[in-house]
Design a protein. Structure first.
Length: 273
């Protein structure tokens, strides 16, 4: 599933080619995504000019002045800008046709979303999918103090709290496991038991881990590719994620794995006591 680094990599690629381009038409070949694509999307977007592309958590937000196109890549989605678009393949569900190029949405599992938020409904932040989200982990507003306040009285595991998105957004399964390893915190630790020192350490490692992942182009475990089709390489450097039974890169103890909230969790029993 594309997580924050992957979505940020896509955003950075698209800001190089989309702003200033006008939409000629929208072609919806299969609108059966997580939520059905609005049949009026072509009429809403035709003739509008892309102004800027932002990210909120794992959502891409393209501002067209009259509204915002909200895209979530789901489990297997990709969003590529193609200057010379080939004929669409089986899972190429939506094309936003611009002057001199096509923004193509591909999603084999169709768990993603393409939603139109008209400007008269307010800023995109009031959209129900965005309104309840926590702080951005790479913003100046995120630090150990924020994490410490958000964990008080919480009995759920710290990993599940990170994945929940109510305190901090975008720290998906891969990067939660890696950040917790770097911070020397076991994933199953009840969130409310973390003191300020450990929250400070974890916040620093979350920022560092996400920053490094973005620099490596994200992680390509299955379908993810950037807007130019390039794969990410952060998964090659993972300390624990996907390495069950292999020696810990720090202490050589076998990396352990379990299921936590239907997600695979990886940790080192010696380093994360």
């Amino acid at each position: 599933m594309p997580e924050l680094p992957e979505v940020e990599v896509v955003r950075r690629g698209l800001i190089e080619c989309l702003p200033g381009r006008a939409v000629r038409r929208v072609l919806v070949r299969d609108g059966r995504l997580r939520w059905p694509v609005d049949p009026g999307l072509d009429a809403a977007l035709r003739g509008l000019v892309a102004r800027r592309i932002e990210r909120r958590s794992k959502y891409l937000l393209t501002d067209f002045g009259a509204g915002t196109l909200i895209v979530h890549l789901g489990m297997s989605g990709s969003l590529r800008f193609l200057a010379d678009a080939p004929a669409p393949a089986r899972h190429d569900h939506v094309d936003v046709v611009f002057e001199h190029g096509v923004l193509r949405y591909r999603d084999p599992r169709r768990f993603g979303a393409i939603l139109w938020h008209p400007a008269h409904d307010g800023p995109p932040g009031v959209h129900p999918l965005l309104a309840g989200l926590g702080v951005e982990p790479l913003s100046p507003g995120f630090d150990g103090a924020v994490l410490h306040r958000g964990t008080r009285g919480r009995r759920q595991s710290i990993k599940q709290l990170l994945l929940g998105g109510s305190v901090v957004v975008g720290v998906g399964n891969i990067y939660a496991s890696e950040s917790l390893f770097r911070a020397r915190i076991r994933p199953s630790t009840p969130a409310g038991r973390l003191g300020r020192e450990r929250c400070d350490r974890l916040a620093r490692e979350i920022r560092a881990t996400l920053g490094e992942a973005i620099a490596r182009g994200g992680s390509s475990l299955r379908d993810f590719v950037a807007s130019d089709g390039a794969s990410g390489y952060f998964q090659l450097d993972c300390s624990v994620y996907g390495r069950a039974g292999q020696p810990c890169r720090v202490c050589a103890s076998p990396v352990r794995s379990s299921r936590d909230g239907q997600r695979a969790t990886f940790w080192c029993a010696r380093c994360q006591r």
